[in-house]
Write a protein that binds this ligand. Structure first.
Ligand code: 13P
Length: 220
């Protein structure tokens, strides 16, 4: 089971309080070194595809590696929605990070309009088309309508989407979208749900610890 805490643009908890949980944390860039130093498996929230260059505001794969960061998220829906991230740039970021020896969690997921319009599978297929199988690649199914809304996907909906994703690209698939200590067990019990990508609940040490313990109990 892979449990990941995405702190987004929040300061986040004290890394020392998360030691021994076996989870991955994705802090803001300014706290990467602190999390690495605390012994946590630490991923960035995004990564550029060039090693260096005139790309104001971006961070390169080698810079992350130099910090002993283990990997990076790419393609989070908030990047796609607010910062113009496209399938093409997600593919570039993922490929460069993997080539540099980083692990990658690539996020996919449909909006509520796409789901209501019956286009979920089409959208997932398109988002996955820029990615290739790789031992260091994990996929995150994050339906946009479930992120930060409290409207978690039902376990059946998550399971169906994960099975579809795996039919296209053979990789572990973790679920994200309003995961909390109360719904973690039913989601993580699904056969094709290989972990959780936790936003809001990862900012609270007790909630995140409870989710990690549930995950460890279900499958290690
Ligand atoms: P929430 O858990 O706050 O819904 O966020 C999910 C997410 O976007 C994790 O990357």
């Amino acid at each position: 089971m892979i449990v990941v805490g995405n702190w987004k643009m929040f300061r986040g908890p004290d890394p020392a309080a998360l030691a021994g949980l076996g989870a991955i944390v994705c802090p803001p860039y300014v706290r990467l070194a602190e999390c690495v130093d605390a012994g946590l498996v630490t991923y960035a929230q995004n990564v550029h595809w060039e090693n260096e260059g005139a790309y104001t505001g971006e961070i390169s794969p080698v810079m992350l590696r130099d910090l002993a960061v283990t990997g990076s998220l790419v393609g989070h829906s908030e990047r796609r929605r607010y910062f113009g991230e496209t399938d093409e740039t997600v593919g570039l970021r993922a490929r460069a990070a993997l080539a540099a020896g980083l692990r990658v969690i690539a996020c996919v997921g449909e909006t509520i309009e796409e789901r209501r319009g019956g286009r979920t599978e089409h959208v997932l297929r398109r988002q996955l088309s820029v990615l290739e199988p790789n031992d260091d690649l994990v996929l995150a199914y994050e339906p946009v309508w479930a992120i930060g809304t409290g409207h978690t996907a039902t376990p059946e909906t998550a399971q169906a989407a994960h099975a579809f994703i795996k039919s296209i690209l053979d990789a572990p698939v973790i679920y994200g979208g309003s995961v909390n200590p109360d719904n973690a067990e039913s989601l993580l019990s699904q056969p094709d749900v290989d972990g959780a990508l936790v936003g809001g609940a990862s900012l609270d040490v007790d909630s995140f610890t409870a989710i990690c313990r549930t995950a460890a109990r279900i499958r290690s």
